[in-house]
Design a protein around this ligand. Structure first.
Ligand SMILES: Cc1cc2nc3c(=O)[nH]c(=O)nc-3n(C[C@H](O)[C@H](O)[C@H](O)COP(=O)(O)O)c2cc1C
Length: 170
């Protein structure tokens, strides 16, 4: 049973709801704590965990959700080596299809730069969008959700994804 911290930033509740579902599913095999980024005092709260699941919806034009801004700046001085990190977040593939779920890519780049290991990449087939910073060679760096246009796909996407990351945490 791994100790996992699920930290999410969510403005209208979509990524928050996904965090809860992910946490509930992983709780069968792991000790899971779910934290809203608006409630942390500093990045240190997050760095207490070696197993992390980080969620951010995408805002502006491919930006992180607001509550990630200060902690993201703190990442410049952080060390993620030895940490296993999975990423997820909600976006809008139609109205914001040029930056779909790009926040995942922003987090990915920083965590890799700081030595973290990313798990839970997903197949981008079945999504319709123009471009995304979350894409690496036609795969998403994490779980991209679209509660605006494809809410009916969310449950299956989460369940499939959780099965792929369940064993990666120890
Ligand atoms: C002003 C505005 C900007 C947005 N920018 C993006 C974007 O760049 N990329 C994207 O995928 N979604 C974008 N979205 C859509 C949100 O990410 C989407 O509504 C998401 O479900 C919000 O999730 P949350 O409730 O967890 O914050 C934007 C929405 C608004 C209102």
């Amino acid at each position: 049973m791994a100790k996992i911290g699920v930290f999410y930033g969510s403005t209208s509740g979509h990524t928050a709801k996904a965090a809860q579902t992910i946490g509930d599913l992983l709780s069968a095999n792991h000790d899971v704590t779910i934290v809203n980024m608006e409630d942390i005092s500093s990045l240190d709260d997050l760095l207490e965990y070696d197993n992390l699941i980080l969620g951010s919806s995408t805002w502006g034009q491919g930006d992180l959700q607001n509550d990630w801004r200060d902690p993201f700046s703190e990442m410049d001085d952080a060390d993620f080596s030895g940490k296993i990190v999975a990423l997820f977040g909600a976006g809008d593939s139609e109205k914001h299809g040029e930056h779909f779920a790009s926040a995942l890519g922003v987090l990915y780049d920083k965590i890799v730069e700081k030595g973290g290991k990313i798990v839970g990449e997903t197949n981008a087939e079945g999504y319709k969008f123009k471009s995304s910073l979350a894409l690496r060679e036609s795969r998403f760096v994490g779980l991209a959700l679209d509660e605006v246009n494809e809410p009916d796909k969310t449950k299956t996407r989460i369940e499939t994804w959780v099965k792929t990351i369940d064993d990666a945490f120890s």
